[in-house]
Design a protein around this ligand. Sequence first.
Ligand SMILES: [Zn+2]
Length: 252
Amino acid sequence: MLTKEWYKVPFSADCPNCGAQTRSAAIVVGPASSVRDAGFAPESDILMKPWGRLDAFALVESLAGRTEDIERSIVNRFHSEFAFTNGRLISICEHCEESLPPAATRSTVMNGFVRLGQRRLLVNERMLLFASDAALTEFRGGTSLEESPMQDPDYALMLICDAESVNGESGTIELWHSIARNEYAIVVKGHEGMEMLRDALNDDLKDVVAAIADLRLVLTQLHLAQASSPYCALARDLFLEVLNDAGYRQAS
Ligand SMILES: [Zn+2]
C-alpha cells in the first residue's frame, strides 16, 4: 500500500488486557491510496502488475514491511496510541500499552470515522505511508466489511534510493529482490509517489546500475527498506560495490 491520504481516527474501547476504558486511535486510508492485490499467484511477477487505486476508504488492520516512514509518521508522533510489535503497527491501550485487537475495535473505529468525517473533524495527514504488507478492511457504503490482506510473497523491498533527474526533479528508485526468481527489479517513482516505471532485471546488479544510468538518474541517498534487516544491509553493500565499480563515487 502506498498513500499520502490517511486519517487518524480516535476511539474509546475497553482494554481486553487491563479492563480499563482507554482512548486510542486507528488509521483509515482514503480512496487515492494505491494498492496491489494479493490475488496473484506467487509465481507471477508482482512488479509487472500495476498499482491500482483503492477507490474506497479502508481501515488499516495492520501495516508491516517497510517501517521507517510509518514509525516517523505515526508511532513517533502518536506514541500513546500506536506501537510496533513484531514489525507490525498496532493500536495500544493508554494504560497498559497492550495491543487493542482490530477485531474488537473495528466497528467502533469505522462508525467513528463516518461520524467524525461527516462533521469534518478528521484531517488528512498527507504524509507518505508505504507498506509492502497491509491488511485493509474497506468501507462499503460505510457499513459492511470486506477483508483484503495484501502482501508481496515473491519480491522483497531491499533498498530505497532517493534520486534526482537531470532536470532536478526528485523521486525514488526502489530495489526489490526475489530469492525465488533470483532476480532484481526496480520501481521508479516521481516526487508525488507516482509510479513511473517498473522493470524486472536479472540477478546481476550491474544491470540495475546500467538501467539507472540509462534513465539519467543520480542517486542522492540510500535507505535500507528495513533498518534492522541483514538481508537489506547485504543488498546495500553489494549495490554500493557495483556502483563503485561503475564509476560512481559517494559524496562525503
Ligand atoms: Zn489496558
